[in-house]
Ligand binder design. Structure first.
Ligand code: SF4
Length: 270
């Protein structure tokens, strides 16, 4: 089934409201599922031949995961006949510029630690966007592109404001344009289409810290579900006991009425 057929008419209409740059564009892609909507919007706008995709993601850990995400994107771009540029896997540079911020505090259900985790992650992710867009803008300028953009903004799990801010800063530094589009409202479309295409979807952002963070979040969600089930079970038991009690009283009343009727009947027949 083709991608066009998978994106319903409604989605296509919705995508038509996105106006991607028609300049010579270098689009940073983090993975194939996140690229579906931005690429479709570029195709719809007729700017496909002006666009190349850069896969520069030294954040992805381990290397096997990096290779897998790259291979899925490579296949998708080949299907769309869009040029792919692969950046280097600068894992050491990522550790020096981003990894130094560190990872999550290893405890659950503690407000202070949870708040610390969020602050830490915000700083680390901003540095991660900065590094990737710095190289994106540099490569764009060196290779004759006028404009840069990114697929990262489609994910509601990312810091959209920070992404758009860092993208604009990187473009300004190189004196080129930034197509800073917030794609997040199309996230559900990208999930649906990627599932229908049977495309590999990762369950963590990319870096080794995000593996641990995703596990913590899953454990927290599991705990919440468990608590909710416990509460619901308690409510059901309470309700059942109440109903049983009411039924018991009803039954007792009925038995007493029957008994009274029998006594009255016996009295009348004497
Ligand atoms: S969570 Fe994602 S964006 Fe944040 S530092 Fe890790 S790989 Fe980069």
């Amino acid at each position: 089934m083709t991608l066009d057929r998978l994106l319903t008419n409604m989605t296509l209409d919705r995508l038509n409201s996105i106006k991607p740059s028609t300049s010579k564009l270098l689009l940073h892609a983090c993975c194939a599922p996140c690229s579906l909507v931005p690429l479709q919007a570029i195709i719809n706008s007729g700017a496909k031949n002006q666009c190349s995709v850069l896969f520069y993601n030294p954040n992805i850990h381990p290397i096997e995961e990096y290779d897998l995400r790259l291979s899925v994107l490579r296949k998708h771009l080949a299907d769309l006949n869009i040029n792919l540029i692969v950046g280097s896997y600068d894992a050491e540079m990522w550790e020096e510029e981003v990894g130094v911020f560190g990872g999550p505090y290893p405890h659950l259900n503690n407000d202070v630690l949870a708040a610390n985790n969020i602050e830490l992650r915000k700083k680390r992710c901003s540095a991660c966007y900065r590094l990737r867009f710095k190289i994106l803008a540099k490569m764009a300028l060196e290779n004759g592109y006028d404009c840069i953009s990114t697929t990262l903004s489609i994910s509601p799990y990312q810091y959209t404001k920070q992404i758009l801010h860092e993208l604009n800063c990187a473009a300004n530094q190189q004196g080129i344009l930034a197509d800073a589009i917030d794609y997040s409202r199309y996230y559900a479309d990208s999930v649906r289409v990627s599932r229908e295409l049977g495309m590999y979807r990762q369950n963590y952002c990319g870096c080794r810290y995000s593996v641990a963070e995703a596990e913590l979040e899953r454990a927290e969600r599991k705990e919440i579900r468990k608590q909710t089930c416990k509460e619901t079970r308690k409510e059901i038991c309470k309700e059942t006991r109440k109903q049983a009690k009411e039924q018991g009283i009803k039954l007792q009343n009925m038995q007493e009425q029957e008994k009274a009727k029998a006594i009255n009947g016996a009295k009348a027949s004497k």
